[in-house]
Design a protein around this ligand. Structure first.
Ligand code: BYC
Length: 474
């Protein structure tokens, strides 16, 4: 179904057929635009940017490219088409038709999941709002803006569900989504990683590599939901998420590529010398990686969680690739391994699989992250550079769940707090590391030019040249 862009709010949910809902969302729209003006990408309001906008959810139309004045981006509401025969794939309602309305008894849990998901979207825009001022190229600036507008659209996706299915409570929650602020002491965003700063482009690429990957796994789990409108909207969000992870994966690869080039030319791996030459030494990249991987691992919640068990049993949130898994989809008798560090060493314990669903999703995420990082190692190996990036052990630097009580090295050794603190500068970015990376951040915006610390991409966006004028400053 094609999307009607003549409407105030582009949508494929027949908003015009529900005047009350349409009015409520048209009331929220200016509040969203005010928030975007205050908290969206700094200085971007007059720019015209080469962006993709969804014009339909099918293959042909979901990515239409053209220049768009940034605040005029058409944030809209797009759900994947309904599959009339779709059945619930897990939990107590296994085999029953999926729900088109919210069952009263699950209302509060479902609202909580949707609010938590929705909260991450504006949070990430807030975290990234200053990055345009220090972009390494016009190509990267465009990618940042693409990510930002789509996170804005993902907020719209959750706000639609809140308004459409949760009445007054939903409308209040939709307003609160525009009131919380990333990092605010009094009214912070809900989840930890979304209150961290994203102060530089290395952090941005790590965020899009790891934290958007949490998005991939959480959204995938929600595409299995028995609440069909949530499943259909997250399915479409996932198509957009792919580009965000591409930005991270490719951004880091280009940083590594550039550093490797200078290492080979100068025949050195000395971090001080490399820094003096204006590129980011690989151990610093690894420390950023350790930080973002561990903060993102926390986003999956506690390793043993009764919430997770309830969400699954009641059909609200499934596992990654639920319908492809070959088991009973009830998990009443099953167990799943979790780690316990209380004895001073990491011990594997079997927990009830239902309670360990956060851990399972975290494990799926880690496996996917390792595969992504391996691709960077292949790049280095091809160049003959002996350096291996590693995803830290999942118990490293945790703040959520039972492992938060333990101090564990990136290799997985349990340590005393003193011993851990003595090594932390080797593992996590220090203030000096961050200051150094910050010192490289200057604004490069001439088409086709790139900052010294990053290689150009191998291809432009949507078949355009790398030198294309992706952003017109006007
Ligand atoms: N920080 O039983 P637990 C994305 C809280 S990213 C702070 O484990 P549960 C994106 C928890 O709320 C995807 N608090 O919780 C990426 C609970 O609090 P209460 C976002 C945390 O419910 C990039 C308590 O600790 N989507 O899309 O099983 C850019 C007990 O924990 C944290 C979702 O997350 C934390 N990290 O699991 C833009 C999906 N972790 O109730 C976008 C929706 C836990 O005791 N959310 N807590 O006060 C969920 O499914 C679940 O809420 C969670 C938590 C998996 C996050």
């Amino acid at each position: 179904m094609s999307i009607d862009y003549q409407q105030k709010i582009p949508n494929n949910v027949d908003l015009a057929g529900d005047k009350t809902l349409q009015r409520a969302l048209e009331h929220w729209q200016p509040e969203f635009l005010n928030w975007w003006s205050d908290m969206g990408p700094e200085g971007s309001h007059r720019y015209h940017c080469y962006l993709r906008t969804a014009t339909s959810v099918d293959q042909a139309g979901w990515a239409t490219f053209g220049y768009v004045k940034m605040p005029d981006y058409r944030w809209g509401i797009f759900l994947n088409p309904r599959e009339p025969e779709r059945k619930i794939a897990f939990g107590a309602h296994l085999g029953e038709p999926v729900w088109q309305e919210v069952p009263g008894e699950y209302r509060s849990n479902l609202r909580r999941i949707i609010v938590t998901q929705g909260d991450t979207e504006p949070a990430s825009v807030e975290q990234q709002r200053h990055l345009g001022l220090t972009c390494p190229s016009m190509y990267d600036l465009r990618n940042l803006f693409q990510v930002n507008v789509e996170e804005g659209r993902h907020l719209w996706a959750m706000v639609y569900l809140l308004h459409r299915y949760f009445g007054r409570d939903g409308r209040e929650e939709a307003e609160a989504l525009l009131e919380r602020r990333s990092g605010d002491a009094d009214n912070p965003r809900i989840l930890g990683a979304f209150n961290e700063r994203t102060p530089d482009w290395l952090a941005f690429f790590m965020f899009t590599f790891f934290t958007d990957r949490d998005g991939k796994f959480q959204l995938s789990a929600l595409t299995e939901s028995a609440f069909d409108p949530l499943a259909r909207t997250t399915r479409f969000m996932l198509t957009e998420e792919g580009h965000h992870m591409f930005v991270g994966r490719n951004g880091i690869r280009r940083i590594i590529d550039r550093t490797a080039e200078v290492m080979l030319r100068e025949r050195t791996d000395n971090p001080e010398r490399l820094r003096a030459l204006g590129v980011i030494d690989l151990p610093t990249v690894q420390r950023y990686l350790n930080f973002h991987a561990s903060v993102t691992a926390d986003l999956f919640g506690a390793d043993v969680s009764s919430n997770a068990a309830t969400f699954y049993t009641t059909g609200l949130k499934g596992r990654y690739m639920e319908t492809r898994l070959k088991d009973d989809h009830l998990l009443k008798e099953a167990t799943y391994p979790v780690l316990n560090a209380s004895t001073g060493a990491l011990m594997v314990e079997q927990a009830p699989a239902l309670n360990a669903l956060n851990e399972r999703l975290r494990d799926d995420f880690i496996e996917d992250s390792i595969a992504g990082v391996e691709a960077w190692n292949v790049t280095l190996k091809k160049k003959g550079i002996d350096f291996n990036f590693k995803v830290p052990h999942k118990a490293f630097n945790r703040q959520i769940g039972s492992l938060a009580a333990a101090r564990v090295s990136p290799e997985g050794t349990v340590m005393t707090a003193d011993a851990w603190n003595a090594r932390v500068r080797d593992w996590l970015p220090s203030a000096e590391d961050r200051a150094f990376v910050q010192s490289l951040m200057g604004r490069v915006v001439e088409p086709g030019r790139f900052a010294n610390w990053i290689s150009p991409p191998t291809a432009g966006i949507n078949g355009q040249a790398v030198e294309c004028e992706y952003v017109r400053f006007n």
